[in-house]
Design a protein around this ligand. Structure first.
Ligand SMILES: Nc1ncnc2c1ncn2[C@@H]1O[C@H](COP(=O)(O)OP(=O)(O)OP(=O)(O)O)[C@@H](O)[C@H]1O
Length: 555
């Protein structure tokens, strides 16, 4: 028992010792656990830190990778550049080689040119000796040229004077004849008399063919002076044989269809110039409707096609300007009227055509005046062109009521010029009348037997009145010219100027106090051959009419 007790005690002692050991172990375990917790916290922190550092490192690595890639790219580009530079250097070296070769050649050439220069210099030295002589010769030639120029100017003045004298001595109405070209509109089927028509009326071949067919047989035999025109007509004799008859006419100038406005004006220029010298000049266009009167007088809108009125005005202004430095001062004014149904209308007026105008002549000065007619001071040729345009539009406004007014009325453009020379005290007045007559085909009776009042056509009352009035005035013109032709030396023949407004207005231009030119316009068409022959006979009579000598209007 004792033993048992001792054993229990020993066991208890062991138990206590073991409990103590256990407690110590537990405490140690607690401590260890705390340490373990701390260590695992630290481990966690270290892990997080490590992860962060790893992320940073990866970003860093990526950056570095990018930098490396870029550096590689740069390197590649640099290599390319280097390659290119190398090839450039290679080609530059080749060029350099070529250039140095060329330089060698140039140097050789340069040396040979230097040698040539030396030779030339020697020649120049030799020439400069004779240069002095040449300069003297040149001076003499210049002097001679100047003398010739002065002589030419003097000759020109003499030529003009002689021209005026010839024109004064000639004393008759001069007549130009102008044939207009065939126009595309002439080839329209409506113009054709045979009533035929073809498939393509506007093709060039067709037009050429139709033109040939339509054109009257006309020739111009005087190739040198251009003064003749011959018309040919074909007819059938009683025996059925074809017969050709020719009609030859001679005028002061004949203009063929190809003639230009400038060529026609060249012949008229000196007449226009005489106006500035103080003469009265009258140019009138005569011919059937559509024969080119308005084209000749007024013309088209371009410089090449402008007609006699604008060209004459330009010329008058040019001459007046030239005479300025000889002390002459000029004043110019323009009037533009039409005679329609024996009534004068002011084409430069502002009102309706209801004003009555009367024609007055001053026997002392030989000047003509139309009452209440607008006289527009003219300062430049451009202003005249504007005036002509406004007159045309005024006429065409009337034409909407009257139908083709221009061929049914006479128009008269008048340019008056007054010149004074303060130095010499001289004064002169000139007057230029440019007349576009109504179509002459309304005259059915030929000149010489006296123009009748045959009616041209149409039942319409206005047309009848127009036709009668045109007939009256054109036949009055024929009568006046016939009477002037018969006047002879005694000067006692009555001239019926008062029989129409037209002849009364142009009295001073027709009575010998004026240089008068008639431009006969002809149609080239075969259908108008008879009308052309009538016009040519009338013009021939006019051409042989002696009016007297034009007088200079000066004080
Ligand atoms: N020399 C020419 N060159 C070119 N075309 C011309 C020529 N002459 C006339 N013409 C043309 O012929 C046509 C008729 O001419 P214009 O009107 O001048 O005739 P006109 O005799 O004045 O007729 P009207 O009596 O009806 O006024 C116009 O189209 C005009 O442009």
């Amino acid at each position: 028992m004792e033993q048992e007790r001792a054993k229990v005690t020993e066991l208890q002692e062991n138990h206590r010792a073991l409990s103590l050991q256990l407690a110590e172990s537990k405490e140690q375990e607690l401590n260890r656990r705390q340490e373990l917790n701390i260590a695992s916290d630290e481990l966690e922190n270290l892990r997080k830190k490590h992860a962060r550092e790893m992320t940073d490192l990866e970003i860093d690595i990526q950056k570095k990778d990018r930098i490396i890639r870029e550096a590689n790219e740069d390197l590649r580009a640099c290599r390319c550049d280097l390659e290119m530079e190398r090839s450039t250097i290679g080609s530059l070296k080749a060029v350099l080689n070529q250039q140095s070769n060329a330089q060698l050649t140039l140097s050789a050439e340069n040396r040979s040119q230097q040698a040539q220069i030396s030779i030339l210099q020697a020649q120049i030295d030799a020439f400069s000796c004779s240069n002095g002589n040449l300069a003297l010769e040149l001076e003499t030639k210049d002097r001679q040229l100047e003398e010739l120029r002065t002589e030419a100017m003097e000759n020109e003045a003499v030529r003009r004077k002689l021209h005026n004298m010839v024109q004064e001595l000639k004393g008759n109405i001069r007549v130009f004849c102008r044939v207009r070209p065939v126009l595309p509109s002439d080839a329209q089927p409506s113009t054709r008399t045979d009533g035929s028509s073809t498939s393509s009326p506007t093709s060039p071949e067709h037009l050429a063919l139709v033109r040939q067919e339509l054109t009257a047989d006309m020739t111009f035999p005087d190739r040198r002076h251009h003064k003749e025109i011959t018309l040919w007509s074909s007819s059938e004799s009683a025996t059925g044989r074809g017969r050709k008859e020719s009609y030859n006419f001679t005028f002061d100038k004949v203009f063929e269809p190809e003639s230009t406005q400038a060529e026609v004006f060249e012949e008229i220029a000196l007449l226009a110039q005489s106006v500035v010298d103080g003469y009265n000049v009258c140019i009138f266009a005569y011919g059937q409707t559509g024969s080119g009167k308005s084209f000749t007088m007024e013309g088209g809108s371009t410089d090449a096609t402008k007609g006699m009125i604008p060209r004459a005005v330009d010329q008058v202004f040019r001459v007046a300007e030239d005479l300025r430095n000889k002390g002459w001062e000029y004043k110019m004014e323009g009037q533009f009227l039409e005679i329609y149904n024996e009534t004068i209308n002011d084409l430069l007026g502002k009102d309706e055509f209801d004003m009555k105008h009367e024609i007055k002549h001053d026997p002392k000065t030989g000047s003509t005046h139309v009452t209440d007619l607008n006289a527009v001071p003219l300062n430049s040729p451009t202003q005249v062109r504007t005036l002509l345009l406004s007159a045309q539009s005024r006429r065409s406004v009337a034409a909407t009521l009257m139908n083709e007014r221009s061929s049914r009325s006479h128009s008269v453009f008048t340019l008056r010029i007054t010149g004074t020379n303060a130095g010499t005290g001289e004064c002169c007045q000139g007057c230029l009348n440019l007349v576009d007559l109504a179509g002459s085909e309304r005259l059915n009776v030929s000149f010489g037997s006296g123009f009748g009042t045959g009616v041209g056509g149409g039942n319409d009352k206005d047309r009848l009145k127009e036709t009668q009035s045109i007939n009256r005035s054109l036949s009055a013109l024929g009568d006046v010219i016939a009477a002037l032709g018969e006047k002879g030396e005694k000067n006692d023949k009555h001239i019926p100027y008062r029989n129409s407004k037209l002849t009364y207005l142009l009295q001073n231009s027709l009575s010998g106090n004026s240089k008068t030119l008639m431009v006969l316009n002809l149609s080239p068409l075969a259908t108008h051959l008879n009308e052309s022959l009538t016009s040519l006979r009338f013009a021939t009579k006019v051409n042989s009419t002696t009016l007297g000598t034009a007088k200079k209007q000066s004080r």
